[in-house]
Design a protein around this ligand. Structure first.
Ligand code: AMP
Length: 395
């Protein structure tokens, strides 16, 4: 895999797909600049080599070139973060944009207007990709968040750079991290799969079973497994039509020598509310009218023990309704155990959706090895799919 460090960008005009789809407040101020900071190492490497950067991104889902989705709103913040006064082109294709790109000098950065102001971007239209491609002489993809889309700027454009293309440092790290879990992992490998529904995680579980030693199943999805084994789950979340699937996963795991760990107790509540009455219950004896909304103390201790002995950890999905304080303890306990294991040399990857928000909310972001920046893209990688944005660079 060719990486950014394999090239020297002196006097090169580098076209970079970044993911600057950042949240803005009503005054169009950036409220979370994580995605901008994430591409800084890529831009600095190119600028220090003596190259220039043409940045392409989308912002939101504009229908009619609405002003609120203009990338001009973020120019100031990007300039502050990168430490270079960023120039802005009011379109991403066309004569003026070509002139703006042509005038760019080494050490300079040009940000193009929102790619999705043109429907050809999401359609993956080849002529639009060709026009974008004409703006630079090297293509770098550093937008992991959109790598699962076959859009003009994320995949199609790479055809115009048969040799002059590579991943940016962020995308490289995402790929490396997932490979550390699914390919070159140190054993024992533990996957913690939580969240609401079995149905949304089934492809991930099936894909990783060959690669792991322990599977911890938590959160709402655990109740489908418990009920399928004859447990009484009261009013807990369940997918009755997925019980056979749950039993088949248990069987497959046994055949593949994967130890499955299900919760043994739960914090149960008499309504789905922060103010509900709560108590602890064995996981398979939840009375009618009550629902399991968090893992119980015995479960947390058991899960923490498995985590502590692991050398590689993948965490996808919370083990309780962490958004409500009374049901956040299981997820926090999981975070503490993973942080401890990481401190002792384990590699831990947190990826895909709500576990990322939980890790950020409870302050574990810097205590795990890597937090993925791409929700949907990470889920698709865990499912074993080849992402168009990645395949286009490797071609
Ligand atoms: P997912 O997007 O599938 O990872 O699901 C995340 C959601 O699952 C979060 O919003 C949690 O509140 C929810 N969740 C976790 N445990 C439970 C549970 N026991 N009952 C209902 N929802 C849950």
């Amino acid at each position: 895999m060719k990486t950014l460090n394999d090239f020297n960008f002196s006097n090169k005009k580098v076209l970079i797909r970044v993911d600057f789809n950042v949240p803005l407040d009503e005054a169009h101020k950036v409220t979370d600049d994580t995605r901008i900071k994430a591409v800084k190492p890529t831009l600095i490497k190119i600028l220090e080599d003596g190259g220039s950067c043409v940045l392409m991104s989308h912002l939101g889902r504009p229908k009619n070139q609405e002003e609120e989705f203009s990338l001009k709103h973020i120019v100031k913040r990007v300039s502050e973060i990168i430490g270079v006064q960023v120039k802005f082109s009011t379109n991403c294709v066309g004569e003026q944009t070509s002139r703006d790109a042509a005038e760019l000098k080494p050490g300079e950065i040009l940000l193009l207007e929102n790619l999705r102001y043109h429907k050809e971007e999401t359609e993956g239209e080849i002529n639009f990709a060709k026009q974008l491609a004409s703006l630079g002489d090297f293509y770098v993809n550093d937008a992991f968040g959109t790598a699962h889309r076959a859009h003009a700027s994320t995949a199609i454009i790479a055809n115009f750079f048969p040799k002059n293309k590579c991943f940016g440092k962020l995308l490289e790290r995402e790929i490396e991290s997932i490979n550390k879990v699914l390919k070159d992992s140190q054993k024992p490998v533990t996957a913690i799969i939580g969240g609401a529904k079995v149905s949304s995680k089934i492809t991930i579980i099936e894909n990783i079973l060959d690669k792991i030693d322990h599977l911890i199943v938590g959160g709402g999805m655990a109740f489908t497994f418990i009920k399928a084994q004859g447990g009484q789950i009261g009013n807990s979340l369940v997918e009755d039509d997925k019980m056979d699937l749950a039993l088949s996963i248990l069987k497959q795991a046994k055949q593949k020598n994967v130890e499955i760990h299900l919760p043994v107790d739960a914090i149960i509540a008499d309504s789905f509310s922060e103010n509900a009455n709560t108590k602890e219950s064995p996981i398979d004896k939840i009375p009618d009218g009550w629902m399991g909304l968090d893992s119980g103390q015995k479960t947390n201790a058991h899960f923490a023990g498995i985590i502590r002995e692991s050398k590689t950890i993948l965490w996808n999905g919370p083990v309780g309704v962490f958004e409500m304080k009374p049901f956040s303890h299981g997820t926090i306990s999981m975070g503490i155990a993973i942080a401890e294991a990481t401190k002792n040399g384990c590699f831990s990857l947190v990826g895909g959706g709500d576990s990322v928000s939980a890790v950020k909310q409870f302050g574990f972001e810097d205590k795990v090895s890597y937090v993925s920046t791409g929700g949907g893209a990470m889920l698709e990688m865990l499912e074993g799919k080849t992402l168009p944005g990645i395949a286009a660079i490797l071609d």
